[in-house]
Design a binder for this molecule. Structure first.
Ligand code: HEC
Ligand code: HEC
Ligand code: HEC
Ligand code: HEC
Ligand code: HEC
Ligand code: HEC
Ligand code: HEC
Ligand code: HEC
Ligand code: HEC
Length: 438
């Protein structure tokens, strides 16, 4: 709605309501300095709340301003719901009178509680939000993740058509650096002007590096990707799975290998048992230059045991960029990484930086740096066998080990290690089948 449409609508409301009010209560109220489009109940609230100085001090010492501007409220989408539409718990008989002060712990806790009222009328949107990483962050104590009111002022709610124009500004208030990188990228320039929600959506924003949803978004617009890449890239399907799009399309990015701990049934299941174990292992490893092959191996053993089923925890490797800014710095195709040797060469830079990660309680990955040699260590073969582009020597080593294992002539420290190599391969094949059939 344009502002002139809005004021026209407000004006017609004003006329209708002024008429109604004149009939009900005589002209005195309509001439009140407060907006005449408001119901009498709302005007009663605003007797006090339209006083600019009204505020209260909260238990933690913060000041909560209690001023509500009447005009924007009268013009908002919620004018018809009235104050009571959202503040139904207020008892008008006692509210605001001396001696009836409410104890409020902090602005944040008040805001989180107040948000529950949106549930009464916007169930669908709330359901999406309940599924988002932002809500998971709120639940686990983040003081910064957005609540409804951070994007929709409840006392001046605009139609979302108007809000739409400012979508990215809404995300930008908290994700400044990412937004800058995005604006300068191939998607933010040349009149393409994608918006954050084209990939992340608005209310059910998911953790960025969890699952395949973001790659799915890329492929939903770039439908030919598999075919065009296969024309020059052998085993393109495997590359598109093991290498993030940005790792090739953000030309100046620093890359790393992330080894994500999964469970056969999905990424999250290990959370309850797994997170404390992960934290324990990784904090003892961080003193020693990162998690090494042996530590990773025993962590996986431990996690599997915690599940009561030895086969359920495994690791999947992915070559990715290191920062969120880099993930958005996509350039035109001419600048994309095409040289095989950048990755397939002994000592390739991308494989020198390795993290081990696992999904934490807020839905985002917990990460731990791994020691430099982890991808090449014999001790980690059982754990990282599904990911071995690591230069010619690496592949030869693994293949040699596998041949030995298959022949039964195992020279490894323990036969279970070799078994793990084989079963990891089988699992990989099985995974591939399931993902092919989606
Ligand atoms: C659409 C729902 C909704 C309506 C309608 C609404 N409020 Fe609110 N109100 C809220 C929410 C949510 C908060 C908590 C905002 C926050 O701080 O995040 C709030 C907070 C407040 C506060 C505390 C100060 C603050 O900003 O946190 C006052 C005072 C208040 N409302 C008064 C009113 C009055 C008076 C009206 C009618 C003129 C009204 N509200 C209409 C949802 C609403
Ligand atoms: C007589 C003046 C007065 C009127 C009328 C009044 N308020 Fe208040 N309101 C206050 C005062 C004073 C406070 C701070 C009270 C406190 O410290 O607990 C307050 C606090 C609030 C708060 C902050 C949260 C809380 O519960 O402390 C909200 C929300 C609120 N009022 C909404 C309303 C609504 C909605 C109406 C109309 C139904 C209304 N008020 C009518 C004086 C008033
Ligand atoms: C990060 C900003 C942001 C947050 C947080 C947010 N919204 Fe929205 N909301 C928007 C934008 C932008 C739109 C416009 C439509 C779109 O982009 O999906 C919108 C649209 C809406 C709509 C219109 C219908 C629809 O679903 O598209 C409703 C209703 C709504 N939001 C309610 C809520 C409620 C309730 C919450 C809290 C659970 C909330 N919003 C949290 C930004 C936000
Ligand atoms: C008592 C019911 C009620 C409550 C509670 C309520 N809303 Fe609404 N809301 C409505 C109605 C009715 C509309 C107008 C619907 C329309 O315009 O299609 C609306 C419109 C909106 C819109 C604009 C949607 C659009 O498409 O233009 C947003 C955004 C919104 N509400 C957010 C919120 C938020 C955030 C809260 C909680 C602070 C909230 N609402 C609480 C009833 C409610
Ligand atoms: C009021 C602040 C705020 C707003 C508004 C906001 N976010 Fe966030 N968001 C956060 C915080 C805090 C986190 C936690 C991680 C961080 O600090 O980046 C987060 C996390 C995320 C994540 C997950 C990051 C990860 O590590 O996986 C994504 C994706 C995201 N936001 C996208 C968006 C999008 C898209 C919008 C606009 C629709 C938006 N955010 C609006 C505060 C906000
Ligand atoms: C073209 C799709 C796309 C668009 C549009 C997009 N993003 Fe992202 N975003 C991604 C991808 C892909 C990742 C990283 C996933 C990964 O590392 O695998 C990401 C990651 C993030 C993260 C997590 C960063 C971190 O530190 O890990 C945030 C926050 C985020 N995006 C916010 C935004 C905001 C804000 C906008 C709008 C300015 C936006 N995104 C637009 C695709 C997009
Ligand atoms: C191994 C590196 C690599 C990976 C991984 C990769 N790309 Fe590319 N991509 C390229 C190169 C190089 C080109 C340019 C090819 C040419 O035209 O010479 C390209 C071209 C493109 C183009 C331009 C049109 C076309 O298809 O030729 C799009 C769009 C694209 N890639 C999207 C993606 C998406 C989406 C992903 C992730 C699902 C992805 N790429 C993963 C290297 C990669
Ligand atoms: C909403 C649709 C949409 C989504 C989602 C999307 N893109 Fe794009 N992308 C475009 C458009 C439109 C262009 C510019 C026109 C073109 O070259 O196809 C573009 C351009 C590109 C280019 C440059 C192509 C060239 O010819 O130079 C690359 C690379 C690219 N996108 C990669 C990605 C990646 C990676 C993702 C996921 C993180 C993604 N895109 C998500 C619409 C989208
Ligand atoms: C951005 C880094 C990168 C680039 C560039 C790249 N690759 Fe790869 N490649 C990988 C990764 C990572 C894997 C690991 C897949 C795995 O472990 O299953 C891989 C796997 C392979 C495989 C083995 C596939 C399998 O079945 O396991 C071959 C063959 C291969 N790449 C050839 C190439 C060729 C030829 C090029 C150049 C045209 C190329 N790659 C460019 C990273 C890259």
């Amino acid at each position: 709605m344009t502002s002139s449409q809005r004021s026209r609508l407000a004006a017609s409301w004003a006329t209708a309501l002024a008429l109604a009010l004149t009939l009900v209560s005589g002209p005195a109220l309509a001439a009140d300095p407060k907006d005449a489009t408001l119901s009498r109940e709302d005007q009663a609230c605003l007797e006090c709340h339209a006083k600019p100085g009204l505020r209260k001090t909260l238990a933690n010492g913060e000041t909560l301003p209690l001023y509500i501007a009447p005009q924007p409220f009268a013009e908002s989408r919620h004018a018809r719901e009235g104050c009571e539409g959202c503040h139904s718990q207020i008892d008008t008989a006692t509210h605001g009178k001396p001696g009836n002060e409410q104890k409020l712990a902090s602005k944040r806790s008040h805001a989180v509680e107040s948000m529950e009222t949106c549930r009464d009328c916007h169930q669908k949107t709330m359901k999406k939000y309940d599924d988002s990483v932002h809500w998971a962050l709120v639940k686990t104590g983040s003081a910064k993740a957005p609540l409804c009111a951070d994007c929709h002022n409840p006392h001046a709610t605009k139609s979302t058509k108007e809000a739409n124009a400012a979508d990215d500004a809404l995300c930008r208030q908290c994700h400044e650096k990412v937004t800058q990188a995005f604006t300068a990228s191939v998607h933010g320039t040349d009149g393409e002007n994608l918006e954050c929600k084209d990939c992340h959506r608005t209310h059910d924003v998911k953790a960025a590096t969890v699952g395949d949803h973001l790659r799915g978004q890329c492929l939903s617009c770039h439908k030919e990707t598999a075919a065009t890449h296969a024309s020059w890239l052998p085993n393109a399907g495997r590359h598109l799975e093991a290498v993030s799009c940005a790792a090739c399309h953000a030309p100046n990015a620093t890359r790393r290998v992330d080894l994500r701990i999964h469970e056969a049934r999905g990424e999250k299941a290990a959370e309850k048992v797994g997170v404390p174990q992960f934290v324990q292992f990784t904090s003892s490893a961080s003193g020693k230059g990162g998690l090494d092959g042996r530590a990773l191996w025993s962590l996986l053993q431990d996690l599997s045991r915690g599940n009561g089923d030895d086969s359920r925890t495994f690791v999947r490797g992915r070559l990715e960029v290191q920062t969120g800014v880099e993930a958005h710095s996509l350039a035109a195709k001419g600048k994309a990484l095409k040289d095989c040797a950048t990755c397939h060469r002994k000592g390739a830079a991308a494989f020198q930086s390795v993290t081990v990660s696992m999904i934490g309680a807020d839905g985002r990955p917990l990460r731990q740096g791994a020691s430099q040699g982890i991808l090449n260590s014999v001790e980690s073969i059982g754990s990282v066998a599904g990911f071995y582009a690591i230069g010619g020597t690496r592949i030869k080593l693994l293949d040699a080990l596998l041949v030995m294992a298959l022949a039964g002539g195992v020279l490894l420290p323990g036969a279970h290690l070799a078994m793990k190599v084989i079963s990891a391969r089988r699992r990989k094949a099985a995974d591939q089948r399931t993902s092919d059939s989606d």
